[in-house]
Design a protein around this ligand. Structure first.
Ligand SMILES: Cc1cc2nc3c(=O)[nH]c(=O)nc-3n(C[C@H](O)[C@H](O)[C@H](O)COP(=O)(O)OP(=O)(O)OC[C@H]3O[C@@H](n4cnc5c(N)ncnc54)[C@H](O)[C@@H]3O)c2cc1C
Length: 467
């Protein structure tokens, strides 16, 4: 796989794709020139950022791949309003470093990002908008709420500014539009005041978790996520977990005092333990988190996390695995009052299927009222299942079957699932979980009739809804 024309996603490694060309533009002009060249050549373009999507959204077999990671300049900063304009290929660590280097406002206020994904950092802003991501805010809608405006380069190679007032239809389509309406070239992002926060760690049950937004002042309790027990033999399985929250405080973190933190090797050991002893891993993990109760952080940088690249290849070697394995993620949404019952039935389902859960978190998300294909149609509880998956025909079939069963279960409670992780849902499941999906495909046809922008994920869905 050393051939640069073979590309794959970073986490599941289940999307090996051979592309015709890989292009790495820098600057708006180069992007427009590539779109014009693709038009002249009759080629289609797939757009990739950090390559974390897991359903082939960023690759198209035999087509051109626009790798946007080098397109990452910082353009402008409005210190008064807390707006930063950057190229969309920028990744979170660089964006956060850019914010940190900006001058403070005359009243001393500094700005930082509002939210990013947890679990990985080298994701691009463009990829984040295209999936309409969410972080671990306790009162935040998905990232659309953080976007002031962006520039979209469409199939005609014309750059258009999109905001709630200008090209509002494209604003709503391209955020959560998986790169199908054009290249998001630059983004004006709304920042938040950068404040000190104190980590609070508790062991909670699901009932206690869903009461958090009502019982705690979320102008103060800014972030939090719940990592549930993955020990399928315990009554705590998917029921009790560690809730790590971040509450605004007065004193900034003491940069001279070393904080307790996990390093990359510790994460790999924890991941290894999750494969071999799921009762122990919860004790180790929760014990570590409880020991960090009270530590202080900044509201932006505490969102950074370590992702050990290709960790599963190391685990495969460590365990002498006869085949390539990885984790496969799915995120299910349910109305918060249904969380307890959903998780109880999911526990039965996963025990019955014999599929190990390697880790899982629950976060709370507010409703998105702005994007066309909004996945956060309600203030959901968002449940991540990271399941071990063997890359054999039987292993893949089992993973697909389990994820379909989990989607069916979420649908029983009026829930949904996140489109970014796989393309294993059936058409009936897609229609039930994403009622505007067909209309979304129609919009795609209207705005890009020649499929200048494409992906294997898109082609799969276009064909699934062909009639
Ligand atoms: C370990 C892990 C943890 C994760 N955690 C979270 C989480 O906490 N919250 C969450 O919401 N999601 C999470 N995700 C999902 C991830 O955030 C999304 O898949 C996101 O889109 C990936 O961004 P990326 O830069 O890697 O983009 P890619 O995977 O490369 O691309 C994703 C999509 O964005 C499109 N795209 C990329 N750049 C552009 C651009 N400039 N213009 C237009 N379209 C573009 C691509 O065509 C593709 O459709 C996680 C994924 C993994 C593997």
């Amino acid at each position: 796989m050393a051939d640069a024309l073979w590309v794959n996603d970073l986490h599941s490694a289940l999307n090996a794709t051979r592309v015709a060309r890989v292009l790495q533009p820098v600057g708006r002009e180069q992007i427009c020139a590539i779109v014009r060249e693709a038009r002249a050549a009759g080629a289609s373009l797939a757009l990739s950022g950090g390559r974390h999507a897991m359903g082939g959204q960023q690759f198209a077999t035999d087509q051109w791949l626009l790798d946007l990671r080098a397109h990452a300049a910082v353009h402008a900063f409005d210190a008064e309003r807390g707006l930063i304009t950057v190229d969309a290929g920028i990744q979170w660590p660089a964006l956060m470093a850019a914010c940190a280097s900006l001058p403070a406002r005359p009243d001393g206020l500094r700005w930082g990002i509002r939210q990013k994904q947890t679990g990985a950092d080298r994701l691009t802003l463009g990829g984040s908008l295209a999936a309409n991501i969410h972080g671990r805010g306790l009162r935040l809608p998905p990232i659309v709420g953080d976007v002031e405006a962006f520039t979209l380069i469409g199939p005609d190679a014309v750059a258009r500014r999109c905001s709630r007032d200008e090209n509002a239809d494209l604003f709503a389509l391209a955020i959560g539009g998986y790169g199908l309406f054009g290249v998001i070239a630059d983004v004006t992002l709304r920042l938040a005041p950068r404040v000190p926060v104190r980590r609070s760690v508790e062991i909670l049950t699901l009932d206690e978790l869903v009461r958090v937004p009502a019982e705690r002042d979320t102008s103060d309790w800014l972030f939090g996520d719940f990592q549930y027990s993955i020990d399928e033999r315990s009554p705590d399985f998917l029921h009790r977990g560690v809730f790590s929250a971040y509450r605004r405080c007065e004193e900034p973190p003491d940069e001279t005092e070393p904080q307790k933190q996990l390093h990359e090797a510790d994460w790999v050991d924890l991941l290894a333990l999750a494969h071999t002893d799921r009762a122990k891993v919860f004790d180790v993990y929760s014990g570590y988190y409880l020991s960090t109760h009270g530590q202080r952080y900044w509201s932006d940088t505490h969102q950074l996390s370590i992702y050990p690249d290709d960790y599963h290849a190391a685990l495969d070697r460590r365990f002498g695995s006869p085949c390539r394995c990885s984790e496969m993620i799915s995120e299910l949404y349910v109305p918060r009052p249904a969380l307890g019952e959903f998780m109880g039935r999911a526990a039965e389902l996963l025990r019955g299927a014999g599929v190990p859960v390697i880790y899982g978190t629950i976060r709370l998300i507010e409703r998105d009222t702005e994007t066309f294909l909004a996945w956060a149609r309600e203030p959901w509880a968002c449940v991540i299942f990271n399941l071990h998956c063997e890359h054999t025909p039987a292993g893949l079939q089992q993973a697909a079957k389990t994820f379909r069963a989990l989607i069916d279960l979420a649908l029983v409670f009026g829930g949904s699932y996140y489109l970014t992780y796989h393309r294993w849902a059936t058409r009936a499941q897609i229609e039930a979980a994403h009622p505007r999906f067909r209309a979304f495909l129609e919009q795609k046809k209207t705005h890009d009739p020649e499929d200048r922008f494409t992906s294997d994920w898109y082609r799969h869905h276009r064909d699934l809804f062909a009639d």
